[in-house]
Ligand binder design. Structure first.
Ligand code: AMP
Ligand code: ZN
Length: 114
């Protein structure tokens, strides 16, 4: 828990969010500013600031993030049509919230990566 972190506050219910999944290790909620019909964020409950801060010990956790995103895509009817998973890292990567999060985007034709 990082008391200055927006997503830690969401995990602790200090800030409201539209939660779509929760277990002991992960939380998923709808993005407040959706860029596609489906736009969810899947996050670990443990505070990891960026991809740069991951260690070998986090390999299992990362796998669970991807598998949960896949399941959420399936539940939202976009597994077959297609979706995108994004991890932004630091400023030039477009990261604005410094608690690791995976974007799940889908429900329309996605283009470009810039
Ligand atoms: P990133 O730019 O990769 O750091 O993504 C941060 C994402 O968090 C953006 O897509 C924001 O719209 C989203 N976001 C910021 N604040 C909230 C919030 N309170 N609830 C849900 N999503 C949020
Ligand atoms: Zn945090």
């Amino acid at each position: 828990m990082n008391s200055d972190c927006l997503f830690c506050k969401i995990i602790n219910r200090e800030l409201p969010s539209d939660i779509v999944f929760e277990d002991e290790e992960l939380l998923a909620f709808n993005d407040i500013s959706p860029q596609a019909p489906t736009h969810m964020l899947i996050i670990p409950k443990v505070h990891v600031a960026t991809v740069n801060d991951l260690t070998e010990a986090d390999a299992g956790l990362l796998g669970k993030l991807v598998l949960r995103a896949r399941t959420l895509a399936d539940e939202n009817g976009i597994a077959k049509s297609g979706f995108r998973l994004v991890l932004n890292c630091n400023g030039e990567g477009g990261q604005t919230v410094y608690h690791l999060h995976m974007h799940l985007l889908g429900g329309r034709q996605l283009r470009g990566l810039g």
